[in-house]
Every structure is written in structure tokens, then in C-alpha cells.
Design a protein around this ligand. Structure first.
Ligand code: ADP
Ligand code: ASP
Ligand code: MG
Length: 454
């Protein structure tokens, strides 16, 4: 049995946390274990700001801060021969890091990927040496060492799954079969030209799913700082409760629409190989966490969980009888796709078509739309600062009157529903409200449909 265990930034964020995580790995009953880790908490943000520095003195200070953080952590965790061995590998990685910060080519579109992915190289090295100091046969491996291939735009890559699986069969699988515990960098893969490409913020969950896919693992465990997949973001709703079991579809929709506990693309690589996924709390390893798998039976919860995607915007294009002119709609979508803009929702009426996109994509989208012949478009309106609420539940779409109940809760929050998508997915009801009302709506929905039902 192969288990891939991924630990997030907070779980590897201090010497105490690293020790706790090493104990979880050692005590885990799986025969073969593969570990994936994020950078220590705060490090990726620090690297993102470092990548924007131009002043050499500032860069040197950043290099020193980065070095102190990792060396001090390591020295609190192991000493003697293990520390000496660690320093050899550390120096090699650190020399490369220094030259990227001091001499890297800032004009390279993938420069930020290179800088921001550096933190994982050091957290994994430390964790591997903690395991060694506990007598475990462990090796620290980078994404390039084990063959994770990536493609896509800067800061937004995705894995090339078939190529990764082929490479892993040679570079990683034999080690795992021999009982070694590899500790692998999350967050990025390598492009064809041997440059690192990150999978977007929070991408180590996705890395772990890609590794589980490549190894045909039996289980993927995402170890984080909360009790599992919860009924809402516990930072927004402190009374949120842990969900015992979810289907791949439910988890995928919620992750895509903002449940930060899983990177939006985590589910697909494991779903396609039928690999179950557990979300567990590294601060409470004895707790059961949440199991995500092919869940056949219903659990009878009307509302299981809500997620929110913030900072969105509605673009409404008016054109006479546009729905009778499908080619016109196709042209609009084609224009938007030239910028790879993600459309989170779409609705049409006789003379309008409306798209929900991220605030950051508005400027480029407007430029593209303005290239369409003015005679074809009457007006384009932009409604800024809206958010999409994704509500997932077993009976949400099949029980008569539930959407009515949901919208009456929205009314209680005095929020206007700007857009609705019901029926597009089998498991979720999505609707758009102004950003200023999001917290109120979620609080009321959660109280009525989750807390009051406990
Ligand atoms: P890690 O560093 O372990 O990857 P993240 O910070 O990326 O952890 O994700 C965990 C956080 O996700 C939690 O601390 C929580 O605030 C947030 N979160 C948002 N929605 C949910 C949800 N539905 N269930 C659990 N956590 C959630
Ligand atoms: N360290 C990266 C980030 O902070 C990836 C991750 O944590 O999953 O986004
Ligand atoms: Mg995360």
C-alpha cells in the first residue's frame, strides 16, 4: 500500500510543527510512504516580495533572512553528523538560490515561478533530515529529481500527467518500492526547457495529487491546520463543523469556488485513478478528518458546505436579439478565450449575455470586447465587486422548495442576488451577491441549514 502524505505551510512552519509531522510519518501504518511538503509558512509570500526587489542590498538582506530562518530551524531539530550531512545538501541548494536572487533574469516571464518555488526546496530538506535523525531511510527530492512535468502560463501551470507517470516509474517508484521515504517539493513542476513552473498559490495539494496519480497510490492524505473539510471556512464561521465524507464532485466544486483547504485542481488527478483522499489535522492526528471518494450514498444533509469566490465582476453585453445570433455569442466567448479568462458563470436573456469573471481580468477582457464591431454591440456594462457563493448539499437540487429557502435566507441578509446558476452541476447551487453582503449571507445560511440542524 502506497500513501502520499502532504503537509502544508503551517504544518511545517516551526521546529515543533516539523517534529510533530515527522512523528505522524513515522507512526503511519502504511507500508510505503511518500511525503510532499509546502514551504514553511510565510516563506512563499516572502519570496514573492523578494522577486520584486531591484536593489542589491535589499536582495542580500532577504537572502540572509531566508538563510537564518532555515538554518535556525534545522539546528533546533538535529545536530552532529546528521547536521553536517544536512549542511552539504543545504549549501548546494542555497548556492543556487543565491544566484537566482542576485543574478536571475527578471525579464524571463517565468522568473517569479523560479523565485517563489524556492521555499519548498528547503522545508523538504529539513523534514527529510528530521526523519533521518529518527532512523528513517529518507531522501529529499525536488520536483525535477522525481519527474514532475508542467506546462502553462507563468504562475498558473498544470501537470502533464502521462509524462510525469512515465518518468516517476523510473525516478521515484523504485525508491518507494525499496522502502525509502522520499520527501518531495510541492508547488511546482518542470517545463520542457527545464525551468520551474508553479501551480498557483496553494499548489502543493495539487502536486501531491499529481504524485499520487503518477505512482498509482492507494491513498492521498492532505494534512493541514483544520479538522478536515468543514461546512464553511472556519475563519469566517467559527462554528463550522467537519464533514465526515464527501464525493469527489462535491469537493471539486467547493475547491474550485474558493474552499482554500484544497487547491482548485486537486481532485481530478486522484479521481481519475479512483484514489481516495483524506483531509486531516496535523495538530490532531488521532481525529478522523474527512474522507473524499466515490461516495454512492446520500447523507441527507440539505446543505453540506458553502464556499465563496470573492473579487469577481459581471460583464453584461447588450445586443438586439443576441440569443438568435449564436455566432455573435461565439465571437464574444472567443474574444474572451484569447486571454484565457476563466468564466465562472454565464447567463443569457433575449438581448443580453452576462459573464462572471475575476476583477483582475476585466481590463484585458474589455480591450478584447472593444475590438468587436461597434454596430454589433449596443452596450457593455460592468458590475464590480461581487462574489459567488457555492452551496453544496445532497438534496439541494432535488428537494422541492430548497432553493426558495436558500434565497429567503439571502433576503434576510438584505442581499440582492445578481446571478444564479442552478442545475449546471449535479451537486451545487451557485449564486452571486455583492461583496459587501457575503459574510452576512454565509452566516445566515450556515446558521439556518447547518448549525440549527446539529
Ligand atoms: P495548508 O497550508 O495546510 O495548505 P491552507 O491555509 O492552504 O493550509 O488551507 C487550510 C485553510 O483553509 C484553513 O485554515 C481554513 O481557514 C481554510 N478553509 C477555507 N474553506 C475551508 C473549508 N471548507 N474547510 C476547511 N478549511 C477551509
Ligand atoms: N508554498 C506555496 C504557497 O504558499 C504552495 C502551497 O503552500 O501549497 O502558495
Ligand atoms: Mg493550502
Amino acid at each position: 500500500m502506497i500513501t502520499v502524505m502532504k503537509f502544508g505551510g503551517t504544518s511545517v512552519g516551526s521546529p515543533e510543527a516539523l517534529k510533530r509531522v515527522a512523528n505522524i510519518i513515522v507512526e503511519h501504518e502504511s507500508q510505503k510512504k511518500v511525503v510532499v511538503a509546502s514551504a514553511m509558512s510565510g516563506i512563499t509570500n516572502f519570496l514573492v516580495s523578494t522577486s520584486e526587489m531591484t536593489n542589491a542590498k535589499e536582495k542580500k538582506a532577504a537572502i540572509d533572512t531566508f538563510n537564518d530562518k532555515h538554518i535556525n530551524t534545522a539546528k533546533k531539530l538535529f545536530t552532529g553528523k546528521i547536521l553536517d550531512e544536512f549542511m552539504k545538501e543545504y549549501d548546494e541548494r542555497f548556492d543556487k538560490f543565491k544566484s537566482i536572487i542576485l543574478d536571475g533574469n527578471k525579464k524571463d516571464p517565468y522568473y517569479k515561478d523560479n523565485v517563489s518555488s524556492q521555499g519548498e526546496r528547503f522545508s523538504t530538506l529539513i523534514l527529510s533530515y528530521v526523519l533521518k535523525s529518527m532512523g528513517v531511510d529518507s531522501v529529499a527530492m525536488t520536483s525535477e529529481d522525481c519527474g514532475i512535468c508542467a506546462e502553462g502560463k507563468p504562475l498558473n501551470g498544470c501537470a502533464v500527467l502521462d509524462k510525469t507517470e512515465t518518468l516517476m516509474a523510473v525516478k521515484l517508484k523504485p525508491l518507494v518500492d525499496a522502502g525509502t521515504v522520499p520527501v518531495i517539493t510541492g508547488f511546482y513542476g518542470m517545463m520542457d526547457d527545464d525551468k520551474p513552473l508553479t501551480f498557483g498559490r496553494g499548489g502543493s495539494d495539487y502536486s501531491a495529487a499529481v504524485i499520487a496519480n503518477g505512482l498509482n497510490a492507494d491513498m492521498l492524505e492532505i494534512w493541514t491546520d483544520v479538522d478536515g473539510f468543514m461546512s464553511a471556512d472556519p475563519r469566517m464561521i467559527p462554528e463550522a463543523v467537519r464533514i465526515d465524507e464527501m464525493s469527489y464532485d462535491e469537493a471539486a466544486e467547493l475547491a474550485y469556488f474558493g474552499a482554500k483547504v484544497l487547491h482548485p485542481r486537486t481532485i481530478e488527478p486522484v479521481r481519475m485513478k479512483h484514489i481516495p483522499l483524506k483531509v486531516k489535522n496535523s495538530f490532531k492526528p488521532e481525529d478522523p478528518g474527512t474522507l473524499i471518494h466515490h461516495l454512492g450514498r446520500h447523507t441527507n444533509e440539505l446543505l453540506k458546505s458553502v464556499a465563496v469566490k470573492t473579487d469577481l465582476c459581471i460583464i453584461t453585453i447588450s445586443s438586439a436579439e443576441i440569443t438568435y445570433r449564436p455566432k455573435m455569442v461565439a465571437r464574444i466567448i472567443e474574444k474572451m478565450s484569447e486571454n484565457d479568462v476563466i468564466i465562472y458563470s454565464m447567463s443569457t436573456s433575449l438581448s443580453t449575455v452576462a459573464f462572471l469573471i475575476h476583477n483582475n481580468d476585466v481590463k484585458q477582457t474589455m480591450m478584447k470586447l472593444n475590438t468587436i464591431d461597434a454596430a454589433d454591440i449596443e452596450k457593455i456594462e460592468v458590475k464590480n465587486d461581487v462574489a459567488l457563493i457555492c452551496a453544496v448539499g445532497d438534496n439541494l437540487l432535488t428537494t422541492c422548495g430548497v432553493s426558495g429557502d436558500i434565497f429567503s435566507a439571502v433576503k434576510e441578509a438584505r442581499a440582492n442576488v445578481e446571478m444564479i446558476s442552478e442545475g449546471a452541476s449535479d451537486v451545487s447551487l451557485n449564486f452571486v451577491v455583492p461583496m459587501s453582503k457575503v459574510t452576512d449571507v454565509i452566516k445566515i445560511l450556515h446558521k439556518k441549514f447547518v448549525s440549527d440542524k446539529q
